[in-house]
Design a protein around this ligand. Structure first.
Ligand code: SAM
Length: 245
């Protein structure tokens, strides 16, 4: 495609993604820590501090592919429990784990959980101040649709932030990272969930995802302005930012 990555059969892809997350929902949080060596926590903190919800009381965020709630909980805490976050995910098992965690943390009043597809958001135009998506957009079959939907549901002046794996831009780190993702991650998956195959797919999907610049172009194509990004850990993860103006 124009963006330099091959698109796989759409229906097949979503089905595979759904199977993976249904299977791992209960162990998803521990898997994240193991597979990123704890780094996902720092990257998520970085995204939420870039959003700065603390400065904006009553802020309404939609966290798409929100899974077990990691981003949503951080936003609510950073806002000193002023903000409201709608956690949207296609997978009920992930949301259920998230809703239970929210109850235990006493955050249920600030959160709503919605089972839906990022490609077809069940919200009216101009509904949210911010749209966040962390390690989710890579799994969505039609990324351009998800981006257009993000633009549609944001209010004018609204903020788009996306955390995703990206292109490693440090010469030695890229080799270490490749070895880690192709060898260690499927093995960890095998050990913890009994099946390494889905993790091979997930690693492959990281490789196919557009690099920083190409993804920025896609975000601009969806209508966003002032699109920028910040790399973390040498580009293993990147946060892209854009504005609906
Ligand atoms: N954002 C959470 C985090 O960072 O911990 C969860 C990320 S998890 C790697 C990816 C999530 O994307 C899964 O919960 C999966 O169900 C969800 N997902 C996959 N395809 C989706 C779609 N088309 N629409 C909404 N969510 C989707």
């Amino acid at each position: 495609t124009a963006y330099g990555f091959r698109e796989v059969a759409k229906g097949e892809k979503q089905e595979l993604v759904n199977t993976v997350f249904h299977r791992v929902a209960e162990r998803y949080d521990v898997m994240n820590d193991l597979m990123s060596a704890g780094l996902h926590r720092l990257w998520k903190d970085a995204m939420v501090s870039w959003l700065s919800p603390a400065k904006r009381p009553g802020y309404r965020t939609l966290d798409v592919a929100g899974g077990t709630g990691d981003i949503a909980f951080r936003i609510v805490e950073a806002s000193r429990r002023n903000a409201h976050v709608t956690v949207l995910d296609i997978n009920g098992s992930m949301l259920q784990v998230g809703a239970e965690r929210a109850g235990k943390l006493g955050l249920s009043d600030n959160l709503a959980f919605v089972e839906a597809n990022a490609e077809e958001l069940p919200f009216e135009d101009n509904s949210f101040d911010a749209y966040t998506i962390a390690f989710g957009i890579r799994n969505v079959p039609r990324i351009n649709r998800a981006l257009s939907e993000a633009f549609r549901v944001l209010k004018p002046g609204g903020r788009f932030l996306c955390l995703e794996f990206s292109e490693v831009e440090m010469p030695i780190l890229d080799k270490v990272y490749e070895a880690w993702s192709f060898h260690a991650i499927p093995r960890i998956g095998q050990a913890v969930t009994g099946d390494g195959e889905p993790y091979r797919y997930l690693v492959e999907s990281i490789r196919k995802f557009p690099n920083q610049e190409n993804f920025a172009a896609m975000i601009r194509d969806a209508g966003f302005s002032r699109v920028t990004w910040r790399n973390y850990s040498g580009g293993i993860a990147t946060v892209h930012s854009g504005w609906k103006i």
